[in-house]
Design a protein around this ligand. Sequence first.
Ligand code: 0O2
Length: 214
Amino acid sequence: LRSDDVEGLKMSFFEMQHLYQSATREISTKLEILDDEFQVIHKRNPIHHMQSRIKSVKSIFDKLNRRELDISIESAKANLHDIAGIRVVCYYIEDIYMIAKMLTQQDDIELVKETDYIKNPKPNGYRSLHLVVKVPVFFSDGKEIVPVEIQIRTIAMDFWASLEHQLRYKTVDAIPPSVAKELQECADTIADTDMRMQRIYKTIEQFNYNTEES
Ligand code: 0O2
């Protein structure tokens, strides 16, 4: 590619990022509304915090290159479903499934893919619920249907994933097998604690209910 072509391509990719940024805002707003409604009805928020990111132009180029795909806007739009990404960090495991259900049953949302790494953790111990949904975004001259990747996890799952991600980047070579095993054991311990915290929450909720009734 000539340097003029690369510059032109970059400009178009920046415009494409605006499209994905808008889709991220649509989904974030939907999630904020659900979180607020739950607070009004149940006096607690299921969502602890959210983070969103748009894949950088370099990461898009690199990913297309790695997969030996055409480097063009059309190719990126057709082949990459994680250009727009939202991470939703919930308090309890059951909040994850509740949020996923409430979002995907909305009639302008299309569920494209669901990968449940909580019921089926990755061999390294990674846990999260991954959804790819399509959402319509309206502009002055029409609408575009845009895919957004949503990762939904508990605070505990997020704690493990953040440290594991950092450790992987800090390790010059592949993580030694003994360390990988220890990391996987930590993930299991954390998953067990997540279940216990959820049981504690249920017990307190029942206790409050019984106390108010009597
Ligand atoms: P970043 O910077 O987070 O975007 P693909 O995404 O196309 O490669 P797939 O099957 O959709 O394929 O990927 P997967 O593995 O389901 O999910 C990809 C994203 O999930 C990753 O994004 C991570 O954010 C997260 N993830 C998946 N596995 C792990 C893991 O073992 N540890 C941690 N910490 N995070 C994980 P990217 O692309 O890596 O980068």
